[in-house]
Design a protein around this ligand. Structure first.
Ligand SMILES: C[S@@+](CC[C@H](N)C(=O)[O-])C[C@H]1O[C@@H](n2cnc3c(N)ncnc32)[C@H](O)[C@@H]1O
Length: 483
């Protein structure tokens, strides 16, 4: 089990469970555990069956819950589930509601893990929804097995809605909060490639079925639909929450809420190598951010790269003109962009670069100029040079051959330029290699900030496998091409 000091302060799994004790009390656990030569009892975290037995035994020993976890369904890791429940407890403090708390668990899964934990730990009542028939049946069995039918009601959701179906017959139904662990992925390939190769693999083995983990549009679309539906039922649920599995989606969702002026906060759920995030929003008068500020492991805040946009004759300090110029450049670079916020002369765009289209622009331009010069010389000369490949046709071999001969000619006058191009081209290769991965090369916020006479361009790195260096290269491209 993944454990670490960044868990919620009240998470009992901050202290590792005593596996020796578990193996004494639970024969099923003894069967999957081994003692090493130092006397330490351990299990194989990569084995889904061992994970299932561990979760079952901990639910029994720590919460007195009898839970059956089907072999083909997600094994709910308890440190994470508890981190989420504890954060909901913190959020409930804001509402000052202490009794008769009713929660909604969207997509409760085969174990109905959140309703079971919330009911035994806090006596919370729950409605749990589930779209998968088999998980729904198993969840009902788990609730009955623990005699919690008085507190937990489950409903099967056969619609495409996330919450709206609950209010069809009773639009007065009230919940204190909703929670949700949405399917994270939009397809199987994304599921397989989701983790950045730069990160250590998770310690735990893989569990879960496609119907639990995949949804059309992935978690981003799921959460956005929940936000859309929440607007219609703004007073039926006091605090809306969802878990988010990818940090880049969290950034987008935070911006969505911010741009609509919806009061919100978020949290980081840390458990070993796996980090998830919680997002909460409300239409009530609570200032969620002030009352339950984001809490997580201390991390370096990304300082934005800031520079002043050189004045455009046509720009005249107009942020709109600067915006259209920036958009034009991003389009040339095939960098996806979306306006997140437009307020008081400031514009924020979310930008995602999937391929490195900006590196070596200087070299490409120079080569293009030379090709054009070559094209202008008499025909005989062209024929002599005709073995030189066209540097613009993206044949890497051809390009590098030309680069060597041209670089040696211009070594004296252009030494510094060539040095930086060589390092750029090294990075270019690694970036292009990683461009096929699901993680973008660069994901950042691009802000145009209106000052008295000038416009500032702020670039804030969020994530991406090309790192901050990739963003600096984009900034450099904008600087060089701002005319
Ligand atoms: C990632 S699993 C989470 C299960 C459980 N809550 C947990 O944390 O272990 C997502 C669950 O949501 C269910 N689901 C997906 N779309 C749904 C919808 N529109 N309404 C209800 N359940 C849904 C899936 O069948 C699946 O059981």
């Amino acid at each position: 089990m993944a454990l670490n000091k960044y868990m919620h302060p009240r998470n009992i799994y901050k202290t590792p469970p005593d596996f020796g004790k578990l193996s004494l009390f639970y024969p099923e656990f003894a069967a999957i555990s081994k003692m090493d030569i130092t006397g330490k009892v351990g299990i194989d975290f990569k084995d889904p069956h061992s994970l299932r037995v561990l979760t079952k035994c901990l639910l029994k020993s720590d919460f007195n819950l009898e839970v059956d976890i089907p072999a083909d369904r997600l094994v709910p890791t308890l440190p994470l589930r508890l981190n989420y429940i504890l954060w909901i407890e913190d959020l409930m403090e804001v509402t000052h509601r202490k009794e008769n708390i009713v929660g909604l668990d969207i997509g409760t899964g085969a174990c109905a893990i959140y309703p079971l934990l919330g009911a035994v730990k806090n006596k919370w009542k729950f409605v749990g929804t589930e779209s998968d028939a088999e998980s729904f049946t198993k969840a009902e069995e788990n609730v009955q097995r623990n005699n919690l039918q008085e507190l937990i009601k489950l409903t099967k959701n056969s619609t495409k809605c996330i919450i709206s179906h609950l209010f069809t017959y009773d639009d007065k139904e009230q919940f204190d909060f909703c929670m949700c662990n949405p399917p994270f992925y939009s397809n199987l390939q994304e599921l397989c490639e989701s983790r950045s190769p730069a990160r250590l693999p998770p310690k735990n083995g893989f569990t879960g079925s496609p119907q639990e983990l995949i949804t059309e549009g992935g978690e981003l679309e799921f959460c956005r639909q929940l936000i859309r539906e929440s607007k219609q039922y703004r007073d039926n649920i006091l605090i809306f929450t969802t878990m988010v599995g990818h940090k880049y989606n969290l950034s987008v969702l935070l911006q969505d809420l911010k741009s609509e002026g919806i009061s919100h906060t978020h949290a980081e759920f840390c458990q070993g190598r796996v980090t998830r995030w919680g997002l909460a929003w409300t239409y009530q008068q609570y200032d969620l951010y002030e009352l339950v500020p984001p809490r997580g492991k201390p991390r370096k805040k990304h300082k934005p790269t800031i520079f002043l946009l050189p004045e455009l004759t046509s720009c005249e300090g107009s942020v709109e003109v600067a915006l259209s110029k920036i958009k034009e450049m991003l389009d040339i670079l095939c960098i996806q962009h979306k306006i997140l916020d437009k307020r008081g002369g400031n514009i924020t765009l979310d930008i995602v670069a999937k391929n490195n289209t900006w590196s070596n622009q200087r070299r490409k331009r120079r080569l293009q100029n030379r090709t054009e010069t070559v094209a202008k010389v008499p025909k005989l000369h062209i024929e002599q040079e005709s073995t030189i490949p066209n540097p613009l046709n993206n044949q890497v071999d051809g390009e590098s051959k030309l680069e060597v001969s041209e670089a040696s000619k211009s070594l004296n006058i252009d030494n510094i330029t060539n040095q930086s191009e060589i390092s750029e081209s090294k990075q270019d290769t690694s970036s292009v290699n990683s461009a096929n991965k699901t993680e973008p090369l660069v994901h950042a916020f691009l802000k145009l900030v209106k000052k008295v006479d000038n416009i500032l361009l702020e670039l804030e790195f969020l994530d991406g496998c090309a790192g901050k260096e990739g963003l600096h290269q984009i900034a450099q491209y904008i600087k060089n091409n701002w005319k």
